[in-house]
Design a protein around this ligand. Structure first.
Ligand SMILES: [Ca+2]
Ligand SMILES: [Ca+2]
Ligand SMILES: [Ca+2]
Ligand SMILES: [Ca+2]
Length: 581
């Protein structure tokens, strides 16, 4: 059942509603995945000269108007990481990179950004374009009718969910056409660029749709032909252009696949940082980064996610396309402090260390979990340093420490830790052990709970790790029996959407105040959580859990009928902390 939840969650994450899955039997697409891809690694033709400039366009659609459940908070983080990685390299200048995220990620702004690229770049130059957001597949309604599978891929924008959620199919399709960028449109935008090398990286479902070659012929006449002469001409023009396009397109999956998590782009970023430089020339090419990312993406997605992704590459650039100079980040920080509890207002020291492969100076970026964050000073590589922080309220805090070298190269994976802060209460029951990518939606029709046995006479607070994409009130109840109408106590809070990197398990705890509830020690009680949101597969509010029996005195429960009937999962437990007296 949980698998069903998760699968629906993921599929919805990527399709925003109405997508139709395509069965692909395309002959034109280069479906080379990592296993069959073997372009010459050492025969790089590096023809950059003093006139070669690098231009970047980084698009992260992290927010969808009116549809917080579609938001993709990670995309903003990914774009920031990409920017930081490119800028570490001397090839790249700040004013040569345009970033489009949030409310700015509209179709018009994206097309305008391509115009900005077009005006600035010339044939000596190299362009890098990233798009991250929901990819949608739809029947091929508009020309050119060039898809063997009769489906087009679309890159969504800020307005897409709003205009694609109309009940009528035709309105949906029109909305899609008006608000998003089809693979054909994308191809057209790329074809206006003169740069000798263009690298495109896509992180979207059906990302494999975006490898259209400019040489691709119009394969099928259509009834729309007479109405769309301009487009028809456009396609025929493409047929005549038989020169190399100079494009390398890096795609997270095949054209009919969904994408789960940000692994593909995470490992591409690592590749551009220098992990991919197999020939040790301190240059990272698009091909090297792909070869580095593809097997890791497959490995990590098969191990941790619900869909296994097989990235693919379209490579029309002669030789290898250099994107960055290598600048390796420091290692993931290791901690020498083992502290799980603390008191309000008291400063605690954490000893940490990391090592830069180039022996560069290192500073640390810390998110303390209470809304505060800070940078440390620069320190020697491998030096054990002290970080100090005090938490000002009772609760559970996940905190994250990132290492970054003096050139700005930052490890994309943080050190993760947790501290339980107490004030006037004490900690009674805890289950802190989450397993990667284990969670349940918290909704109205889907309700979730956890049984426990208190060892103190009063319950005063319950903390649960809930990842939120919207400002929904989350209701928490304490019940004596799971199907009791009446609850012994209830509390609710609104959890604002945070900048958290959910796909890496980075999120905060929500703390619910219970007005001192008297309970009998060692008897079973239940925590129940719900929101007012009707679940149709969205990842709007999620409660982290463990898919093994890690808490002895209770178990995880869920209901799929508004709390009428409950399923008791004896071998799973939610994460929670109960404060008592
Ligand atoms: Ca290299
Ligand atoms: Ca190549
Ligand atoms: Ca370094
Ligand atoms: Ca258990």
């Amino acid at each position: 059942m949980k698998k069903m939840f998760q699968l629906i969650v993921i599929i919805n994450l990527v399709l925003t509603g109405f997508g139709t899955t395509a069965i692909s039997n395309s002959m034109i697409k280069i479906n080379s995945n990592v296993i069959t891809y073997n372009e010459e690694i050492n025969s790089k033709v590096l023809t950059n000269n003093e006139n070669t400039e690098y231009w970047g366009l980084l698009i992260g659609v992290n927010e969808y108007y009116n549809y917080p459940e579609d938001s993709f908070i990670e995309m903003k983080l990914v774009v920031e990481r990409l920017y930081n990685t490119l800028i570490c390299s001397d090839f790249w200048q700040e004013d040569h990179i345009k970033i489009i995220t949030g409310k700015n990620a509209t179709r018009k702004n994206i097309i305008d950004a391509f115009k900005w690229l077009e005006i600035n770049e010339d044939k000596d130059d190299i362009c890098f374009i990233f798009y991250g957001g929901h990819g949608i597949i739809s029947i091929e309604l508009f020309p050119p009718f060039d898809e063997d599978d009769r489906h087009d891929g679309y890159l969504s924008t800020y307005w897409t969910s709003q205009y694609c959620s109309k009940p009528l199919l035709l309105l949906n399709l029109l909305g899609l056409y008006i608000t998003s960028i089809s693979d054909d449109k994308f191809n057209k935008l790329l074809s206006k660029l003169d740069s000798k090398g263009i690298c495109v990286a896509i992180l979207a479902c059906q990302g494999g749709e975006f490898d259209d070659s400019p040489r691709k012929p119009l394969t099928r006449p259509s009834i729309f032909e007479n109405f769309f002469m301009e487009n028809k001409q456009f396609s025929y023009d493409f047929c005549e252009d038989l020169t190399d396009s100079g494009r390398v397109i890096l795609m997270p999956c095949k054209e009919d696949e969904g994408v789960d998590g940000t692994w593909f782009i995470d490992f591409l970023i690592q590749g551009f940082q220098g992990f991919s430089d197999v020939n040790n020339d301190d240059l990272c090419t698009a091909e090297e980064a792909f070869n580095y990312s593809a097997p890791l993406t497959t490995e990590y997605s098969s191990k941790y996610a619900f869909l296994t992704n097989y990235p693919s590459i379209f490579d029309d650039y002669p030789g290898e396309l250099v994107i960055t100079q290598s600048e390796l980040p420091p290692s993931i920080p290791e901690s020498f402090t083992n502290l799980s509890t603390g008191e309000v207002g008291k400063a605690y020291n954490f000893k940490i260390r990391s090592e830069d492969p180039d022996n560069d100076l290192i500073r640390y970026y810390i998110e303390w979990g209470d809304g505060t964050y800070e940078y440390s000073d620069f320190h020697q590589s491998n030096e054990i340093i002290n970080l100090s922080h005090s938490w000002e309220k009772e609760g559970v805090f996940n905190f994250y420490i990132y290492s970054e070298d003096i050139h700005g190269s930052r490890n994309i994976f943080p050190y993760k830790d947790l501290i339980m802060i107490t004030d006037e209460n004490e900690i009674d029951q805890i289950q802190l052990n989450e397993s990667y990518y284990s969670f349940y939606p918290v909704c109205d029709n889907i309700q979730v709970g956890q049984s426990f046995k208190p060892q103190m006479n009063y319950i005063s607070k319950v903390a649960v790790p809930i990842f939120s994409r919207a400002n929904d009130p989350v209701y928490l109840y304490i019940k004596k029996n799971i199907d009791d109408e009446e609850s012994l106590a209830e509390a609710y809070i609104s959890i604002p959407p945070t900048n958290n990197d959910f796909s890496k398990g980075v999120y905060n705890w929500a703390v619910f105040d219970i007005p001192s509830l008297y309970v009998n020690i060692n008897e079973t009680y239940y925590i129940v959580c719900k929101t007012d949101f009707f679940w149709q597969g969205q990842q709007r509010n999620l409660w982290a859990s463990n898919d093994e029996d890690v808490y002895q005195y209770g178990s995880l429960l869920y209901s799929t009928d508004y709390g009428e009937n409950w399923n008791n999962c004896l071998n799973e437990d939610f994460c929670f902390v109960i404060y008592g007296k």
